[in-house]
Design a protein around this ligand. Structure first.
Ligand code: PMP
Length: 289
């Protein structure tokens, strides 16, 4: 089994043995925020960007990240060192703390709960990515704050389960069953007649760090790009579809709702962006990329 280690309540434990209180706000209400960060050669990929997004998410739900931020930044590195994980991911969760069950915020002085988990996740090669990944369309009936990386993920869970039950790997959300927003845990891009499209940032999607870096690569390569909404019909008709996310990198989607995209093989644009993205892992200073 892959190596997994967790920090909670001031202690480092094997993940299977780590526990939180039944009165933790994330457990009771999904009242927390989180981040998932890639570990590459024992270091944190795009760490500054993840930290900024965590600060933004915390601010938006009025959660006092400052109370645990210093502890968090130290623990993340300690946990990577202790686990010895070279290639993997860090999961960071901060809830509004532990308090008797009441919807309103706990009284002042209740400290947020910090959980950090490190687990192994091998880097993938292009041959791994070439293996067919497929998606299904799911109704996007989420709230209007999808830009917050909140631990309340029930709609994402239901959508992903729909995908898995239909033999697919990812669910692609569509607002009003028409406009493609994002995946259950990824951002969605399509290539149509030489132009790359993706949904603009805003309240309807999570501003993915991988999306941000992919945009940077697209600009660098000079490929025509439009950050504007597109429909499910346009997605089905696209030449290429790919998703981006921590752990997914830039990943081709070869089928949507059991129908091939383009010629059913990973396209040239996707392959190029996948290769360029994986080159970022070789950067000297990728923590502040
Ligand atoms: N959208 C959603 C809903 C997600 O859960 C994720 C994964 N965290 C993403 C997009 C991709 O974000 P990132 O590239 O920062 O992992």
């Amino acid at each position: 089994m892959a190596l997994r280690m967790t920090y909670v309540d001031g202690e480092f434990r094997e993940t299977d043995l780590a526990t939180v209180s039944v009165e933790d706000r994330a457990f009771q209400f999904g009242d927390g925020v989180y981040e998932v960060v890639r570990i590459c050669r024992g270091r944190l990929f795009a760490w500054q960007r993840h930290l900024e997004r965590l600060r933004r998410s915390s601010r938006k739900i009025l959660l006092d990240l400052a109370a645990v931020e210093q502890e968090m930044t130290q623990v993340v590195r300690q946990l990577i060192d202790k686990s010895g994980v070279e290639s993997g991911q860090v999961y960071i969760q901060i809830s509004r703390g532990q308090s008797w069950r009441n919807h309103a915020f706990p009284r002042p002085g209740v400290k947020p709960t910090l959980i950090v988990t490190v687990s192994e996740l091998p880097m993938r090669t292009w041959e791994d990515f070439e293996k067919a990944e497929s998606a299904v369309i799911a109704t996007d009936d989420r709230w209007l704050h999808c830009d917050i990386k909140s631990t309340s993920l029930l709609p994402n869970v239901l959508a992903r389960e729909k995908a898995v039950s239909e033999g697919a790997q990812e669910a692609i959300f569509a607002r009003d069953d028409r406009i493609v927003t994002e995946g259950s845990a990824s951002n969605v891009f399509m290539v149509s007649r030489g132009v790359i499209y993706t949904h603009p940032d805003g309240p309807l999607i999570l501003p993915g760090i991988t999306k941000e870096l992919t945009k940077m690569l697209i600009r660098r390569l000079g490929i025509p790009f439009e950050e504007s909404p597109f429909t499910v019909a346009e997605l089905r008709d696209a030449d290429e579809v790919f998703i981006t996310g921590t752990g997914h990198d830039v990943c081709p989607i070869l089928e949507v709702d059991h129908q091939s995209i383009g010629d059913g093989k990973p396209g040239d644009v996707t392959r190029m962006l996948n290769q360029e993205f994986r080159k970022l892992y070789e950067h000297e200073n990728f923590e502040i990329i």
